[in-house]
Design a protein around this ligand. Structure first.
Ligand code: CTP
Length: 418
């Protein structure tokens, strides 16, 4: 078997994560050209394991034929309150069994009806019949969105516990750019996961700090000393913590992740900036999961202007490096449990175990980065969790999201968990 074929076969052995398995989501669609995105959102929610019921307003049904949703989702599709062939009291059943209701797109009119408790179509009536967390994703022209009436209605919904997802800034159907674009399907699905976590997740009321990506230590304005970390592992831990209802601060060198709804993101470049951001977030936090690959050394001086190639007589160049602080070891806050990562190429267990006590960790997650299906850049990982008492737990090849979930389970079971 070729190397590539072998990798694909192994990666396929790790089942896709199902963060919404066993959940029922009601998707309410109102009239907006952006309703096409709700089709993709429904698919993403079901890919994540949920069963999706769909309710359409009469205007939504003009943009998207109900047949599209009927062909796509495992749940029911409610279009007409007076349809004699629909199950009796369909809106009540759909509202009651929902673990979350997502209204996307939410037009100005639908937002007003939700705020005022008007139930005159399948979407607003189902929302009234549900006590599940409500996610409202506005989509409209920027001037409409800025109207005090729309803002007041959104404030009212927020004050009653609804999650307002978006809108984003971008090209609008009404022309031009502005604030009013429906969020992308990946963010809509993330908002549902976040809302369910906040209502029933095991980490409600907890604050988890996660670091991700490799630090970049500047040589000059265009060059840096860095490493191959993609940040995927840290993002996966942050998503898993968000889905379990935690308040999550993600300190990353890789920018805001897609689908990061509900995660507070702090962007940094260097080890020292990362250390400072963790310090700011650490008070009152319950855990620090240090998935970032921190450079051990940084250039002694970062040149303010771009370094030029040396004279021909001078061969090569020497870069002077100074040691960075051990960031995870340096952080100390009451109640804070620390989890480290160890990416090793040799003598995995012994090297990783030595770091647990040295860095004051609750446990360390070790992986052999010389394997092609685990470690940097890929979606899967095969890790061993090692604690201070010599405990060793080997996990099979898993998606990084599921590894994240396993780390959080282990944290919650730790005796130091406050
Ligand atoms: N770490 C850190 N600060 C550093 C170096 C590492 O906080 N300056 C953290 C990493 O984020 C990781 C853990 O320590 O969670 C282990 O990182 P690793 O690079 O494996 O350990 P080092 O102490 O750098 O040891 P070595 O590179 O010699 O293996």
């Amino acid at each position: 078997m070729s190397g590539d074929g072998g990798e694909v076969a192994r990666a396929e052995q790790a089942p896709a994560p199902q963060p919404l398995r066993g959940r029922r989501v009601c998707l309410g669609v109102s009239g907006s050209i952006s309703a096409y995105k709700s089709v993709e959102a429904a698919r993403r929610l079901e890919d994540a394991g949920a069963i999706v019921d769909v309710a359409l307003t009469p205007s939504a049904a003009r943009f998207i034929p109900p047949l599209t949703f009927r062909s796509l989702v495992k749940g029911e599709v409610a279009v007409d309150l007076w349809d004699p062939s629909a199950p009796a009291e369909q809106h009540v059943a759909m509202g009651r069994r929902a673990d979350a209701m997502l209204v996307a797109p939410a037009s100005a009119t639908t937002i007003a009806k939700l705020a005022q408790g008007i139930g005159d179509n399948p979407v607003t009536l189902t929302a009234l019949a549900s006590s599940a967390p409500l996610v409202v994703a506005p989509a409209m022209d920027a001037v409409m969105f800025a109207q005090p009436s729309v803002q007041a209605n959104l404030e009212l919904l927020k004050a009653r516990g609804a999650f307002i997802a978006g809108p984003g800034i971008g090209r609008l159907a009404s022309g031009g750019q502005g604030l009013g674009r429906l969020l992308e399907p990946v963010e809509l699905a993330a908002a549902v996961r976040s809302a369910i976590g906040r209502s029933v997740g095991e980490l409600r009321g907890r604050h988890i700090i996660v670091t991700a990506g490799g630090t970049r230590e500047p040589i000059d304005p265009v060059r840096f000393v860095g490493n191959r970390s993609s940040g995927k592992m840290g993002v996966a831990v942050a998503e898993a913590a968000r889905d379990q209802g935690a308040a999550v601060t993600l300190i990353t060198t890789q920018g805001r992740p897609q689908g990061g709804y509900g995660i507070v993101v702090r962007e940094v470049e260097t080890a020292l900036e990362m250390q400072a951001e963790i310090g700011k977030a650490a008070r009152g936090a319950h855990a620090l999961v240090m998935a970032a690959a921190v450079a051990d050394y940084r250039p002694a001086e970062a040149s303010e202007s771009k370094l030029k190639k040396q004279d021909a007589e001078q061969e090569g160049m020497t870069l002077e490096l100074v040691e960075n602080p051990d960031v995870v070891a340096s952080i100390d806050a009451a109640k804070l449990l620390k989890v480290g990562f160890a990416a090793e190429t040799d003598d995995l267990i012994r090297n990783a175990q030595a770091k647990v006590a040295k860095k004051g960790l609750a446990f360390i997650v070790a992986n052999d980065v010389s394997q092609s299906d685990a470690g940097f850049q890929v979606e899967t990982n095969r890790v061993v969790m090692l604690d201070a008492n010599g405990g060793v737990e080997r996990l099979p090849l898993m998606h990084k999201y599921d590894v994240g979930w396993a780390i959080l389970d282990r944290l919650r079971a730790h005796r130091g968990w406050a």
